[in-house]
Design a protein around this ligand. Sequence first.
Ligand code: LLP
Length: 412
Amino acid sequence: MFAYSNNDYYCEQVPLADLAHETGTPAYVYSSQAILANYGAYEEAFGDLPHTVCYAVKANSSLAVLALLAKAGAGFDIVSGGELYRVLQAGGDPAKVVFSGVGKTAAEVEDALANGIHSFNCESEAELALIDAKAARVGKKAGFSIRVNPDVDAATHPYISTGLSQHKFGIAIADAAGVYERSKQFRNLVAEGVSCHIGSQILDPSPILEAVDKVLALAEALRAQGHPIRHLDLGGGLGVAYHAGETSPEIRGFVDALTSRLRASGLAAMIEPGRSIVGQAGVLVTRVLYRKKNGDKEFLIVDAAMNDLIRPSLYRAHHEILPLRKNTLPTMKVDVVGPVCETGDFLARDREMANAMPGDYLAVCTAGAYGFVQSCNYNSRPRLPEILVEGDRWRVIRERESYADLVRGETI
Ligand code: LLP
């Protein structure tokens, strides 16, 4: 949904340079068609196998994005009370919400029960006890899955790999059956499922499939022991192409591999994709402020910074950077950096890219997932606006923060 037509870079039918001129920069821009196409690819691939696609809210939690997905029928994977609030504000169906995360608070559990979410993905026995007690108090039965840690290496960046026994996540698969057995003492819990999530930005899905095989075997053993397991929650994790020339793994082929494993079991599928739905549906538009040389090194100083998109600084993540208007000048090799006072403030390093001059607009690509949501106000920089494109129209779905927003809630 992002492509050049003649020399202009478009999101759907909107030339981004014109949009940037009107909205100012930096700004996040999302393609509604791309979001819906990716969600639709999951839905279509699951076909008639009973399933719920629970979009991982953490990837991009803007109300308009959630509302698009809610309207299309999506469920949601949340990790906090704040995310539940957003889902409800956006018109999401609480009955299709799963609540993940290692550190749910008592207040968050109460809130989730009061709103009638589908189930909790639990990560410890103490958490099971808490949910049972809270459910008892309101006279409800709470559905739960144990998030098992299958000890599978996701082969992704260490900060976003979660499925090894050294990680804080889940309960070791070898211990899980015992935990389910002991959970029978909890009168207000129902063992609805088994869940796992081994990491994010996984380009070769084979580790996910390996984890699924392990979790499926566990689910079948649990059913044989009389647990009413109805679904497998396979987590998220499918990666997207960040480099030019790389191709994203096909959602269809990935889901086919999952459904072929699940079909005979009679279990329903849940899945929690985040990045593969919104990652390629967004860009960060920025403008060149200055170009300068320090010795042999050349810097392109742009108006977006690490506080707006932290992925390059935090994970050494690669994002392609393209001019919104192509030129015929020779390419250049630069560090693309922002105004923040940190050496770690860069969007690209030693990047051979299209020539750009002060005033030119650039798109930092594949920024729809874990972009705005991980942004902050460091250096007292107001957070960016977000714009949603729908065909030949666009609208501001979040206003640019003002200086007054920066100090809201503070007192002297
Ligand atoms: N389910 C659970 C339990 C998760 O922890 C995550 C992501 C997802 C689903 C969604 O995974 P996805 O489909 O988006 O890969 N900030 C990092 C990514 C952190 C992912 C955390 N968990 C980044 O910018 O790459």
